[in-house]
Design a protein around this ligand. Structure first.
Ligand code: SAM
Ligand code: SF4
Length: 333
Protein backbone atom coordinates (compact mmCIF):
# COMPACT_ATOMS: atom_id res chain seq x y z
CA UNK A 1 0.00 0.00 0.00
CA UNK A 2 1.16 3.49 -0.76
CA UNK A 3 -0.42 6.78 0.34
CA UNK A 4 -0.66 9.98 -1.66
CA UNK A 5 2.56 11.32 -0.11
CA UNK A 6 4.57 8.30 -1.20
CA UNK A 7 4.69 6.53 2.17
CA UNK A 8 4.82 2.78 1.62
CA UNK A 9 2.78 1.10 4.33
CA UNK A 10 4.04 -2.29 5.45
CA UNK A 11 4.05 -2.06 9.22
CA UNK A 12 1.16 -2.33 11.68
CA UNK A 13 1.63 -1.43 15.31
CA UNK A 14 -1.01 -3.11 17.40
CA UNK A 15 -1.86 -2.10 20.95
CA UNK A 16 -3.48 -5.02 22.74
CA UNK A 17 -4.23 -3.28 26.04
CA UNK A 18 -4.44 0.15 27.63
CA UNK A 19 -3.47 -1.32 30.98
CA UNK A 20 -0.04 -1.10 32.49
CA UNK A 21 1.78 -2.11 35.64
CA UNK A 22 3.84 1.13 35.55
CA UNK A 23 2.91 4.80 35.60
CA UNK A 24 5.32 6.76 33.41
CA UNK A 25 4.24 10.40 33.57
CA UNK A 26 5.05 11.09 29.91
CA UNK A 27 2.73 8.30 28.82
CA UNK A 28 -0.06 8.28 31.36
CA UNK A 29 -1.52 11.37 32.93
CA UNK A 30 -1.16 11.52 36.69
CA UNK A 31 -4.90 11.93 37.05
CA UNK A 32 -5.30 8.28 36.16
CA UNK A 33 -7.79 7.49 33.48
CA UNK A 34 -10.20 4.62 33.87
CA UNK A 35 -9.15 1.43 32.09
CA UNK A 36 -11.38 0.44 29.22
CA UNK A 37 -14.01 -2.17 30.06
CA UNK A 38 -13.23 -5.62 28.66
CA UNK A 39 -15.88 -5.40 25.92
CA UNK A 40 -14.36 -2.12 24.78
CA UNK A 41 -11.10 -3.86 23.82
CA UNK A 42 -10.60 -5.84 20.63
CA UNK A 43 -10.59 -9.58 21.27
CA UNK A 44 -7.59 -11.60 20.14
CA UNK A 45 -9.82 -13.14 17.43
CA UNK A 46 -10.67 -9.67 16.12
CA UNK A 47 -7.04 -8.55 16.14
CA UNK A 48 -5.93 -11.71 14.34
CA UNK A 49 -8.59 -11.21 11.72
CA UNK A 50 -7.49 -7.62 11.09
CA UNK A 51 -3.82 -8.64 10.94
CA UNK A 52 -4.63 -11.49 8.57
CA UNK A 53 -6.59 -9.24 6.22
CA UNK A 54 -3.90 -6.54 6.46
CA UNK A 55 -1.24 -9.11 5.59
CA UNK A 56 -3.13 -9.77 2.38
CA UNK A 57 -2.69 -6.13 1.30
CA UNK A 58 0.94 -5.58 2.13
CA UNK A 59 1.45 -5.52 5.89
CA UNK A 60 4.48 -7.70 6.55
CA UNK A 61 5.67 -6.51 9.95
CA UNK A 62 3.79 -6.19 13.16
CA UNK A 63 4.77 -4.81 16.55
CA UNK A 64 2.64 -5.59 19.55
CA UNK A 65 2.50 -2.93 22.22
CA UNK A 66 0.26 -1.32 24.82
CA UNK A 67 -0.04 -0.22 27.63
CA UNK A 68 2.06 -3.13 28.78
CA UNK A 69 1.28 -5.99 26.38
CA UNK A 70 2.67 -8.69 28.66
CA UNK A 71 0.02 -7.90 31.27
CA UNK A 72 -2.77 -9.16 29.00
CA UNK A 73 -3.92 -12.67 29.74
CA UNK A 74 -3.01 -15.41 27.22
CA UNK A 75 -0.71 -13.11 25.30
CA UNK A 76 1.70 -15.95 24.39
CA UNK A 77 -0.81 -18.16 22.53
CA UNK A 78 -2.08 -15.00 20.81
CA UNK A 79 1.44 -14.10 19.68
CA UNK A 80 2.03 -17.62 18.46
CA UNK A 81 -1.01 -17.33 16.18
CA UNK A 82 0.00 -13.85 15.05
CA UNK A 83 3.49 -15.06 14.15
CA UNK A 84 2.08 -17.90 12.08
CA UNK A 85 -0.14 -15.69 9.89
CA UNK A 86 0.71 -15.99 6.22
CA UNK A 87 2.44 -12.87 4.95
CA UNK A 88 3.59 -11.61 8.35
CA UNK A 89 7.34 -12.05 8.25
CA UNK A 90 8.25 -10.35 11.50
CA UNK A 91 6.55 -9.84 14.83
CA UNK A 92 8.13 -7.75 17.58
CA UNK A 93 6.97 -6.77 21.04
CA UNK A 94 7.47 -3.49 22.91
CA UNK A 95 7.58 -3.91 26.66
CA UNK A 96 8.70 -2.21 29.82
CA UNK A 97 10.62 -5.42 30.54
CA UNK A 98 9.24 -5.95 34.02
CA UNK A 99 7.61 -9.28 33.18
CA UNK A 100 10.18 -10.83 30.83
CA UNK A 101 11.90 -12.87 33.51
CA UNK A 102 8.67 -14.11 35.03
CA UNK A 103 7.91 -17.82 34.56
CA UNK A 104 5.45 -18.68 31.78
CA UNK A 105 3.55 -21.98 31.41
CA UNK A 106 6.04 -24.56 30.09
CA UNK A 107 8.96 -22.09 30.07
CA UNK A 108 11.48 -20.80 32.56
CA UNK A 109 10.85 -17.21 31.51
CA UNK A 110 8.29 -15.22 29.53
CA UNK A 111 11.15 -14.17 27.24
CA UNK A 112 11.73 -17.86 26.36
CA UNK A 113 8.02 -18.28 25.67
CA UNK A 114 8.02 -15.22 23.38
CA UNK A 115 10.93 -16.59 21.34
CA UNK A 116 9.26 -20.01 21.12
CA UNK A 117 6.07 -18.31 19.92
CA UNK A 118 8.07 -16.81 17.04
CA UNK A 119 8.60 -13.25 18.29
CA UNK A 120 11.85 -12.08 16.72
CA UNK A 121 12.59 -8.81 18.39
CA UNK A 122 11.86 -7.08 21.63
CA UNK A 123 12.04 -3.37 22.47
CA UNK A 124 12.55 -2.73 26.16
CA UNK A 125 12.09 0.68 27.76
CA UNK A 126 14.82 1.80 30.12
CA UNK A 127 15.46 5.51 30.65
CA UNK A 128 17.95 5.29 33.48
CA UNK A 129 20.31 2.96 35.32
CA UNK A 130 19.66 4.68 38.60
CA UNK A 131 17.05 2.65 40.51
CA UNK A 132 15.63 5.61 42.40
CA UNK A 133 15.37 7.75 39.24
CA UNK A 134 13.72 4.75 37.57
CA UNK A 135 11.10 4.68 40.32
CA UNK A 136 10.44 8.41 39.89
CA UNK A 137 10.01 8.13 36.11
CA UNK A 138 7.86 5.01 36.08
CA UNK A 139 6.06 5.40 39.38
CA UNK A 140 7.14 1.89 40.32
CA UNK A 141 10.16 0.43 42.09
CA UNK A 142 10.74 -2.21 39.40
CA UNK A 143 14.29 -1.45 38.28
CA UNK A 144 15.66 -4.86 39.33
CA UNK A 145 12.86 -6.63 37.50
CA UNK A 146 13.72 -4.81 34.28
CA UNK A 147 17.39 -5.70 34.59
CA UNK A 148 16.53 -9.36 35.11
CA UNK A 149 14.04 -9.04 32.23
CA UNK A 150 16.86 -7.82 29.99
CA UNK A 151 19.01 -10.78 31.12
CA UNK A 152 16.15 -13.14 30.36
CA UNK A 153 15.73 -11.60 26.91
CA UNK A 154 19.44 -12.00 26.19
CA UNK A 155 19.36 -15.63 27.18
CA UNK A 156 16.17 -16.33 25.25
CA UNK A 157 17.84 -15.67 21.88
CA UNK A 158 15.86 -12.86 20.23
CA UNK A 159 17.29 -11.74 16.90
CA UNK A 160 17.40 -8.19 18.18
CA UNK A 161 16.93 -6.49 21.53
CA UNK A 162 16.52 -2.73 21.50
CA UNK A 163 16.55 -0.47 24.50
CA UNK A 164 14.39 2.65 24.24
CA UNK A 165 15.30 5.60 26.44
CA UNK A 166 13.07 8.68 26.43
CA UNK A 167 15.08 11.89 26.79
CA UNK A 168 14.13 14.35 29.51
CA UNK A 169 16.11 17.41 30.47
CA UNK A 170 17.27 17.28 34.05
CA UNK A 171 16.85 13.49 34.18
CA UNK A 172 18.67 12.09 31.17
CA UNK A 173 21.93 14.02 30.85
CA UNK A 174 23.85 12.07 33.48
CA UNK A 175 22.43 8.80 32.25
CA UNK A 176 23.51 9.07 28.63
CA UNK A 177 26.97 7.57 29.02
CA UNK A 178 25.99 4.89 31.55
CA UNK A 179 23.23 3.77 29.18
CA UNK A 180 25.60 3.74 26.19
CA UNK A 181 28.09 1.62 28.16
CA UNK A 182 25.37 -0.67 29.48
CA UNK A 183 24.07 -1.27 25.94
CA UNK A 184 27.59 -1.88 24.67
CA UNK A 185 28.50 -4.31 27.43
CA UNK A 186 25.29 -6.27 26.94
CA UNK A 187 25.10 -6.26 23.14
CA UNK A 188 21.91 -4.18 23.02
CA UNK A 189 20.85 -1.63 20.42
CA UNK A 190 20.18 1.61 22.31
CA UNK A 191 17.89 4.33 20.96
CA UNK A 192 17.22 7.73 22.46
CA UNK A 193 13.72 9.09 21.88
CA UNK A 194 12.61 12.70 22.02
CA UNK A 195 9.73 13.39 24.34
CA UNK A 196 6.47 13.70 22.41
CA UNK A 197 3.36 15.55 23.57
CA UNK A 198 1.24 12.49 24.18
CA UNK A 199 0.40 12.77 27.85
CA UNK A 200 -0.52 15.71 30.01
CA UNK A 201 0.97 17.42 33.00
CA UNK A 202 4.29 18.88 33.96
CA UNK A 203 6.53 16.26 32.39
CA UNK A 204 5.69 17.55 28.94
CA UNK A 205 6.65 21.15 29.58
CA UNK A 206 9.15 22.84 27.31
CA UNK A 207 11.73 22.72 30.07
CA UNK A 208 11.66 18.90 30.15
CA UNK A 209 12.43 18.61 26.46
CA UNK A 210 15.93 17.45 25.51
CA UNK A 211 16.62 17.36 21.76
CA UNK A 212 18.44 14.34 20.31
CA UNK A 213 21.11 16.65 18.85
CA UNK A 214 22.05 17.76 22.35
CA UNK A 215 22.17 14.20 23.63
CA UNK A 216 24.39 13.29 20.71
CA UNK A 217 26.74 16.21 21.37
CA UNK A 218 27.05 15.19 24.98
CA UNK A 219 27.95 11.62 24.00
CA UNK A 220 30.42 12.89 21.39
CA UNK A 221 32.19 15.09 23.94
CA UNK A 222 33.02 11.95 25.85
CA UNK A 223 33.36 9.24 23.22
CA UNK A 224 34.38 11.15 20.08
CA UNK A 225 32.48 11.98 16.89
CA UNK A 226 29.68 9.57 16.08
CA UNK A 227 29.65 8.36 12.51
CA UNK A 228 26.25 8.57 10.70
CA UNK A 229 25.19 5.19 9.36
CA UNK A 230 22.57 5.96 6.72
CA UNK A 231 22.99 2.37 5.50
CA UNK A 232 21.60 0.95 8.75
CA UNK A 233 17.85 0.93 9.24
CA UNK A 234 15.44 -1.04 11.35
CA UNK A 235 11.69 -0.76 10.80
CA UNK A 236 11.43 2.47 12.73
CA UNK A 237 12.30 6.11 12.26
CA UNK A 238 15.62 6.16 14.14
CA UNK A 239 18.80 7.59 12.63
CA UNK A 240 21.78 5.41 13.51
CA UNK A 241 25.38 6.30 14.28
CA UNK A 242 28.39 4.19 15.10
CA UNK A 243 30.52 4.85 18.16
CA UNK A 244 34.22 5.35 17.35
CA UNK A 245 36.46 2.48 18.35
CA UNK A 246 33.54 0.29 19.35
CA UNK A 247 31.36 -2.23 17.64
CA UNK A 248 28.27 -0.28 18.70
CA UNK A 249 25.43 1.57 17.02
CA UNK A 250 23.24 4.19 18.67
CA UNK A 251 19.84 5.28 17.42
CA UNK A 252 18.29 8.73 17.77
CA UNK A 253 14.57 9.22 17.29
CA UNK A 254 14.13 12.93 16.73
CA UNK A 255 10.36 12.92 16.49
CA UNK A 256 10.15 16.63 17.26
CA UNK A 257 13.32 18.16 15.83
CA UNK A 258 14.03 16.07 12.74
CA UNK A 259 12.09 17.76 9.95
CA UNK A 260 12.49 14.69 7.74
CA UNK A 261 11.17 12.38 10.44
CA UNK A 262 7.93 11.45 8.68
CA UNK A 263 9.32 10.96 5.20
CA UNK A 264 10.03 7.28 5.61
CA UNK A 265 7.00 6.47 7.76
CA UNK A 266 5.66 3.02 6.91
CA UNK A 267 3.15 2.59 9.75
CA UNK A 268 -0.46 2.27 10.66
CA UNK A 269 -1.57 1.91 14.28
CA UNK A 270 -4.39 -0.12 15.69
CA UNK A 271 -5.45 0.97 19.18
CA UNK A 272 -6.71 -1.59 21.65
CA UNK A 273 -10.22 -0.21 21.31
CA UNK A 274 -10.14 -0.84 17.61
CA UNK A 275 -9.36 2.56 16.12
CA UNK A 276 -7.12 2.55 13.10
CA UNK A 277 -4.79 5.55 13.14
CA UNK A 278 -2.74 6.66 10.16
CA UNK A 279 -0.33 8.64 12.38
CA UNK A 280 0.65 8.81 16.06
CA UNK A 281 0.85 12.60 15.98
CA UNK A 282 -2.51 13.36 14.42
CA UNK A 283 -5.98 13.18 15.91
CA UNK A 284 -7.28 11.24 12.94
CA UNK A 285 -8.61 7.83 13.86
CA UNK A 286 -11.23 5.54 12.36
CA UNK A 287 -13.43 3.06 14.14
CA UNK A 288 -12.56 -0.37 12.76
CA UNK A 289 -14.04 -2.16 15.79
CA UNK A 290 -17.45 -0.75 14.91
CA UNK A 291 -17.10 -2.03 11.34
CA UNK A 292 -16.07 -5.47 12.46
CA UNK A 293 -18.73 -5.77 15.11
CA UNK A 294 -21.38 -4.75 12.62
CA UNK A 295 -20.42 -7.64 10.37
CA UNK A 296 -17.84 -6.23 7.92
CA UNK A 297 -16.66 -8.71 5.29
CA UNK A 298 -12.93 -9.17 4.65
CA UNK A 299 -13.33 -6.96 1.58
CA UNK A 300 -15.03 -4.37 3.79
CA UNK A 301 -12.00 -4.42 6.11
CA UNK A 302 -9.65 -4.06 3.14
CA UNK A 303 -11.61 -1.06 1.86
CA UNK A 304 -11.58 0.46 5.33
CA UNK A 305 -7.80 0.05 5.73
CA UNK A 306 -7.17 1.46 2.28
CA UNK A 307 -9.30 4.51 3.06
CA UNK A 308 -7.31 5.11 6.24
CA UNK A 309 -4.07 4.89 4.25
CA UNK A 310 -5.57 7.42 1.85
CA UNK A 311 -6.01 9.81 4.82
CA UNK A 312 -2.46 9.44 6.11
CA UNK A 313 -1.02 12.93 6.63
CA UNK A 314 2.25 13.99 5.11
CA UNK A 315 3.71 14.54 8.56
CA UNK A 316 2.73 14.56 12.20
CA UNK A 317 1.17 17.57 13.85
CA UNK A 318 3.33 17.66 16.99
CA UNK A 319 5.04 20.90 16.03
CA UNK A 320 1.74 22.72 15.40
CA UNK A 321 0.44 23.43 18.89
CA UNK A 322 -0.64 19.82 19.14
CA UNK A 323 -2.71 19.18 22.22
CA UNK A 324 -2.80 15.56 23.34
CA UNK A 325 -6.26 14.16 22.76
CA UNK A 326 -5.46 10.64 23.66
CA UNK A 327 -2.57 9.65 25.88
CA UNK A 328 0.23 7.43 24.63
CA UNK A 329 -0.95 4.60 26.83
CA UNK A 330 -4.33 4.70 25.08
CA UNK A 331 -2.84 4.78 21.58
CA UNK A 332 0.02 2.34 21.93
CA UNK A 333 3.58 3.54 21.64
N1 SAM B 1 4.78 -0.53 28.00
C1 SAM B 1 5.67 -0.70 26.93
C2 SAM B 1 6.92 0.13 27.11
O1 SAM B 1 6.97 0.93 28.04
O2 SAM B 1 7.83 -0.04 26.32
C3 SAM B 1 5.07 -0.46 25.56
C4 SAM B 1 4.20 0.75 25.39
S1 SAM B 1 5.04 2.30 25.54
C5 SAM B 1 3.72 3.41 25.25
C6 SAM B 1 6.03 2.32 24.07
C7 SAM B 1 7.15 3.33 24.03
O3 SAM B 1 6.61 4.63 24.03
C8 SAM B 1 8.10 3.26 25.20
O4 SAM B 1 9.42 3.15 24.73
C9 SAM B 1 7.90 4.57 25.91
O5 SAM B 1 9.07 5.02 26.53
C10 SAM B 1 7.48 5.46 24.75
N2 SAM B 1 6.77 6.65 25.17
C11 SAM B 1 5.72 6.75 26.02
N3 SAM B 1 5.35 8.04 26.17
C12 SAM B 1 6.18 8.79 25.40
C13 SAM B 1 6.32 10.18 25.14
N4 SAM B 1 5.51 11.09 25.69
N5 SAM B 1 7.29 10.57 24.29
C14 SAM B 1 8.12 9.68 23.72
N6 SAM B 1 8.04 8.34 23.92
C15 SAM B 1 7.09 7.91 24.76
FE1 SF4 C 1 3.33 1.74 30.86
FE2 SF4 C 1 5.04 1.73 28.83
FE3 SF4 C 1 3.41 3.81 29.25
FE4 SF4 C 1 5.36 3.39 30.94
S1 SF4 C 1 5.61 3.89 28.76
S2 SF4 C 1 3.20 3.83 31.50
S3 SF4 C 1 5.50 1.21 30.96
S4 SF4 C 1 2.79 1.79 28.68
Amino acid sequence: MQDKHGHRISYLRISITDRCNERCGYCMPAELQEWLPREGVLTYEEILRIADVAAGIGITKVRVTGGEPLTRRDVIPFLERLCSLKGISEVGVSTNGTLLSKAAPGFITTADALVAAGVRSVNISLDTLDPSAYAVTTGRDYFDRVISGIDAARQAGFERIKINAVLMRGRSEEQLLPLVDFAHDNGLLLRFIELMPVSSGDVLSESSFLPVAEARRCIEENLGALDPRADFRTNGPASYFSVPGRDQLLGFIGAMTNLHFCETCNKLRLTCDGKLRPCLGSHLEFDLMKEIRSGASDQGIIDFIEQVVERKPMEHDFRNHYFPGRKMIAIGG
